[in-house]
Ligand binder design. Structure first.
Ligand SMILES: Cc1ncc(COP(=O)(O)O)c(C=O)c1O
Length: 397
């Protein structure tokens, strides 16, 4: 009699085995779970605005739902939204763009995923200035590419130095990430810095650029956002723009972002999306359309509040002995250096959560083990509470 085959455990693909889950999402979820269990927890770990999506945007989506926008739509996105994004890029950012160059995605994250999948593969290298937002290296490795870090320290202002960029470029270098304003450091690239980067890239035609501008509206006073593509129109055939509605319009849960850039690559990303997730939620796209066509007053009002909170957090951090802080120039994070405590960033954050109930993110997740990331996307009371817990923790070390 034939014996049934031995059951074999399922093995994960090498790709899945190599993947690190997002530590920021994990920490925010852990803090929420502890709070739900009744623990006295303060969280400055979130990467999302604590504001509600403005009412006119919610209403536009509700109307679209009522009006029957409940079916499949084009994989690339609603034509009116693609056109409105192209108009925004052309008029607001100085980057001439046509609707066909735009793909509407499930958040900025999927825009990056799609781009990396269609552009990068084994043998290719992603050039990544560090500290970096933690998804970039994982998304590059998922595409089979390797990652070459271009480090910068707090002492250097976490700035991308053009000479260091040039030294990092190899024949395998295919794509450079520019994230300004930066998560986690809050650094904002100035016009001369962008021009210096463009000058380097002109000498290396094999290197494309993806500009992640998701924090473009969140700028500390005295700082301006410049789109790299507007600084270097001659490089338009290798510059991509990634952005989304999550941070500027307080629409994190809506999952709407975009990829814009050279038509042929965007077409490939559309084909990938058509075979993977299809269109972004139809009626949500109509909310995004109202947002992008609407006045920027709601965006500015939230940005003003973030400015106040960023100052509150930065000043509070600077007043804590033993912490080194570069004042963030944008986004809603601070990234102080805690290395004088003698703890690595993970031990620091684990102990801070256990001993003081404060959840923040270890810098090691962003490629800098000296620092921790605190978010000011929280009320003044929560920020002050967080600062008091941090002060107590450091004083007790
Ligand atoms: C730098 C950066 N880029 C992209 C994203 C992705 O945003 P979303 O997918 O929510 O649009 C985030 C979210 O935290 C981010 O910080």
């Amino acid at each position: 009699m034939l014996r049934p085959p031995m059951p074999r455990p399922l093995t994960l693909s090498a790709r899945a085995q190599a993947l690190q889950p997002s530590l920021t999402l994990a920490i925010a979820a852990r803090a929420k779970a502890l709070m739900a269990a009744g623990e006295d927890i303060c969280s400055l770990s979130a990467g999302e605005p604590d504001f509600d999506t403005p009412a006119f945007i919610r209403q536009a989506a509700a109307e679209a739902l009522e009006n029957g926008h409940t079916r499949y739509g084009p994989a690339a996105g609603e034509p009116a939204l693609r056109d409105a994004i192209a108009t925004k890029l052309s008029q607001e950012n100085g980057v001439p763009t046509r609707g066909e160059q735009v793909l509407v995605t499930n958040g900025g994250k999927q825009a990056l995923y799609n781009l990396f999948q269609v552009l990068l593969g084994p043998g290719d290298e992603l050039l990544l200035p560090a500290p970096y937002w933690l998804s970039y290296p994982e998304l590059a490795r998922l595409a089979g590419a390797s990652v070459r870090l271009i480090p910068s320290s707090a002492a250097e202002g976490f700035r991308l130095d053009a000479d260091r960029l040039e030294a990092a470029i190899s024949p395998a270098s295919k794509l450079l990430v520019l994230n300004s304003p930066s998560n986690p450091t809050g650094m904002v690239l100035s016009r001369p810095e962008l021009e210096a980067i463009a000058a380097v890239l002109r000498r290396h035609p094999q290197v494309a650029v993806v500009c992640d501008e998701i924090y473009e509206f969140l700028l500390a006073p005295g700082h301006e956002h410049h789109s790299f593509a507007a600084m270097a129109p001659d490089l338009a055939d290798r510059v991509f723009n990634v952005n989304g509605f999550a941070k500027g319009w307080a629409m994190t849960g809506w999952r709407i972002g975009w990829l814009a850039g050279p038509t042929e690559v965007v077409k490939a990303a559309i084909a990938l999306q058509s075979q993977s997730t299809s269109n972004v939620c139809s009626f949500a796209q109509f909310g995004a359309l109202a947002a992008i066509r609407g006045p920027r007053a709601c965006v500015q009002a939230m940005a003003t509040q973030f400015n106040e909170r960023r100052s509150l957090l930065s000043e509070g951090l600077r007043a804590i002995p033993g912490l080194g802080l570069l004042p963030p120039e944008g986004a809603f994070y601070a990234f102080p250096d805690v290395s004088s405590t003698g703890l690595d960033s993970m031990s620091f954050c684990n102990r801070l959560l256990e001993e003081q109930g404060l959840a923040v993110v270890p810098g090691v997740a962003f490629g800098d083990d000296h620092c921790i990331r605190l978010s000011c996307a929280a009320s003044n009371t929560t920020i002050e509470d967080g600062l008091a817990r941090l002060r107590r923790f450091i004083a007790g070390l």
